[in-house]
Write a protein that binds this ligand. Structure first.
Ligand code: MUC
Ligand code: MG
Length: 379
């Protein structure tokens, strides 16, 4: 008998971060996670997550819009459909729900998770099998202060947690940003790779100047220096210097990836499952990058362990992952929401074992941080 999609439940969890996370467009002190639980007719369950950054300051979706898109538009399309026809479900959603990649991704992850759990296989096996069991993992230094960033970097190095550091810049004048990065790069020396993420804050003229300064102080990689739509600017910067240029916000799935790759408009792609519209589309973005000789980097939307685990299963199957990953999201949360946390050691994050995405939520913190339940408990 066909197993069907019976119920799709959503919840927004507002979880405090361990410190303020200062980005060019927002300072985060809380991360709002949209959890999706799909219940199937045979009693199996699939888990997904759709999370964005800084309300609507990173992109057009918000925690509230993600939840609304799932509840009001995606769930009604899928209820009663074949649970095992994941690609057909994702294609239907993509046809009927324009945009909203994070919401679509949250549901698609839950469909894949349920499918793999019913087969009793880790999700990576459904995608053809893991080629690695652990992945290098970056940490973002974004306290806003060079001295505390250096202290944090030293602590991470001493604990063998991270030796790739991404610095969030773009909020200050270019000159000040370069001085800030130079201090941190000098303190860390050749013990770590230093990269920066500008989150679209620079004009092309600022970026030309900025990239030159960053290259001089030893930065390896610059992420999304200019606006997402400025593909010709991104390409000009890619062609101009030796420092590697990475596309992040400019990528929104395979079509955008193909546009950039056809022109060799970036050196590296930050491949994000959510921004790509789900695991299958993210896989296509990765294939486009690899075929074009563009480096692959596993990107994050600062997600909890749920979406992070899903990304780990996908990137465990990527043929090449030369720039590593930034799957550190759960470490930025002041409270763990998984029953068993992901394992970070030896400068890497491990692929969780077990069926599906290999993780389970811990019901107590999930209930505690649930926006609606908190409202009821503390009226
Ligand atoms: C981004 O733009 O890449 C990833 C790490 C981090 O600190 O912020 C994100 C988003
Ligand atoms: Mg970025």
């Amino acid at each position: 008998m066909t197993i069907t999609i019976d119920r799709i439940e959503t919840a927004i969890l507002d979880v405090p971060t361990i410190r303020g996370h200062v980005l060019s467009m927002a300072t985060m002190t809380t991360q709002s996670v949209v959890l999706v639980t799909i219940r199937f007719s045979d009693g199996s369950v699939g888990l997904g997550e759709g999370t964005t950054i800084g309300g609507m300051s990173y992109g057009p979706e918000s925690p509230e819009s993600i939840r609304l898109a799932v509840d009001s538009y995606i769930a009604p399309l899928l209820l009663g459909r074949d649970a095992d026809a994941v690609l057909a479900a994702a294609a239907l959603v993509e046809r009927q729900v324009k945009g909203n990649p994070i919401a679509r991704s949250a549901v698609e992850i839950a469909l894949w998770d349920g499918f793999a759990r019913r087969l009793g296989l880790p999700l990576a096996s459904v995608f053809g099998g893991a080629v690695r069991g652990a992945m290098p993992v970056a940490w973002t230094l974004a306290s806003g202060e060079a001295a505390s960033d250096i202290e944090e970097a030293e602590d991470m190095l001493a604990r063998h947690r991270h030796r790739i550091f991404k610095l969030k810049i773009g909020k200050r004048e270019v000159r000040e940003d370069i001085a800030h990065v130079a201090r941190i790069a000098a303190a860390v020396g050749d013990r770590a790779s230093i990269r920066v993420d500008v989150n679209q804050a620079w004009s092309l003229a600022e970026a030309r100047w900025g990239l030159r300064g960053l290259q001089e102080v030893g930065v390896d990689l610059v992420e999304q220096p200019v606006a997402r739509d400025d593909l010709s600017g991104l390409k000009a910067l890619t062609d101009a210097g030796e420092i590697a240029v990475m596309a992040d916000e400019a990528l929104s799935g395979p079509a955008s990836a193909l546009r950039i790759a056809a022109n060799r408009g970036a050196d590296v792609f930050a491949v994000k499952v959510a921004q790509s519209g789900g695991l299958s589309r993210a896989r296509e973005v990765t294939s486009i990058a690899a075929s074009a000789g563009i480096g692959v980097y596993g990107g994050t939307m600062l997600e909890s362990g749920v979406a992070t685990a899903a990304s780990l299963h996908l990137f465990a199957t990527a043929e090449t992952l030369e720039w590593g990953t930034e799957f550190f999201g759960p470490l930025l949360f002041a409270h763990e929401i998984l029953a068993k946390p992901l394992v970070y050691r030896d400068f890497a994050v491990e692929l969780p074992a077990g069926p599906g995405i290999g993780v389970q939520p811990d019901p107590d913190p999930c209930a505690f941080f649930d926006r609606e339940k908190r409202r009821t408990v503390h009226p």
